[in-house]
Design a protein around this ligand. Sequence first.
Ligand SMILES: Cc1ncc(C[n+]2csc(CCOP(=O)(O)OP(=O)(O)O)c2C)c(N)n1
Ligand SMILES: [Mg+2]
Length: 564
Amino acid sequence: MTYTVGHYLGERLAQIGLKDHFAVAGDYNLVLLDQLLEIDGLRQVYCCNELNCGFSAEGYARANGAAAAVVTFSVGALSALNAIGGAYAENLPVILISGAPNSNDHGSGHVLHHTIGTPDYGYQLEIARRLTCAAVSITSAGDAPVLIDHAIRTALREKKPAYIEIACNISSQPCPRPGPVGAILTDAPSDPETLKLAIDELADFIAARKKPVMLVGSRLRAAGCEDAAIRLADALGCVVTTMAAAKSFFPEDHPAYAGTYWGDVSSPGAQQIFDWADGVLCLTPVFNDYSTVGWTAWPRGDNVALMDTRHIAAGGKAFDGVHLRDVIEGLIGRLKGQPKKDATLVEYRRIKSLDAPVVAADPKAPLVRAEMARQIQGLLTSDTSVIAETGDSWFNVMQMKLPRGARVELEMQWGHIGWSVPATFGYAVGAPERRIIAMIGDGSFQLTAQEVAQMVRLKLPVIIFLVNNRGYTIEVEIHDGPYNNIKNWDYAGLMSVFNAEDGHGKGFRATTGAEMEKAIAAAVANREGPTLIECVIDRDDCTSDLISWGRRVATANARPPAAR
Ligand SMILES: Cc1ncc(C[n+]2csc(CCOP(=O)(O)OP(=O)(O)O)c2C)c(N)n1
Ligand SMILES: [Mg+2]
């Protein structure tokens, strides 16, 4: 058998730990798909459309560290690029692979199908360059190994998406086999001198403060520093809070954990302790308008030290070219044997109110949000992953208490509604051993609903809580109008459509607590496919946090233009 460019690409994907890749077929990628099918241990998983294909890969990367999506030129790739923008925003190395025009057509003046109708096909590569950390076009087999390696290596190093387009007549061309995977996993080590200076500065920052707190941000997983952050917290002894987008990136049963810091929609006590602190150690934060609650809760100034993936800033100085894990290890070494900086933890324990137990609602009463959230909380185990969609699902999940090991997946930087359906599919493909629960608003679900059919196809026992509040409630709270009302669907009924003649998905509609409980029991028992539970609640029944946060964000949006 001739070893080909497509084999090379597939083998590299398998080498970096991918057991699956996501695909939608099209004539520019069919031969490539044939080549990829021949790679041992690399399954081809199909999606209903390319937007979903991109988001499925994004979800898989969350479970598995990296992912790949294969699409056809323009009509496919331009849809997938939206999800690639999301992967960039969310720091996930998703490799987007697009079939492309025959190498003989490039520069020939030919107009081809699936293009914008001009003989220049370079626009897709140009767009991809803006949305990825590396974008390459392969029009000769000789260049393929170096270009493929460059794209994958850069994506893995930067934890950002990369783009590879392959001319449709090149993927079956002969190509040497790839060497050891180490060649694409290499990374420059921290500069030792800069590392020492950065650690000195951080150690001074901490020494000069009596009441520090630690804030964990959403790039911690991409930085590979979740365990290191726990050890740093142990060495410091102070309160640790997570940012909303970093929910589950620090164990919630850790004695120093004080919940989510999110301005005035923080967990009880978290904001008070934050405001009382005299220093904030920020690990890999993302400060945007949402995370700062419309810029009302933005830690900055002299009392803030930033510890980012490859960048440290403290005491008015900044350091680059160091790895966060090296910085954390060095800092832990300096803190060894020193008295704990536990003032914020002592104070937090004094002001923290005991969690009032949530009382079950009357099982026959109309279902309300609080009862729905209570029942979902009851499902969480240490092997659960909750995928929460943009909308009130964010705020519902934020209030949940996670057992150690439970994960929450959010897409707070990109915030594409509908992301969660394909991302849940991709996550379930990547982590079949976990209990996977999705919380999705009705409005969001309508964007990408068809990907539930792929969960049916692969018999994935995902549990979907579809919150039917008859509209875009999160937008109602930010700025209401007729555009926030949506057409109702028979969401539970969709499952029989997706099952067709061979599926085992189940759909239930819950209008009371008792109906929801029964549906959950059936969902847990269904190991042959997804279960969708449509939770019917009132249009205005949302968390109070959504209302407070929505008002702040609306105020930030409504700032008048500055005078020039
Ligand atoms: C692709 C995309 N289009 C539009 C929006 C704007 N948007 C943000 S939230 C939202 C409504 C979400 O409604 P739903 O899923 O029903 O959640 P709820 O707030 O009702 O819980 C919309 C339209 C978006 N974020 N992404
Ligand atoms: Mg809704």
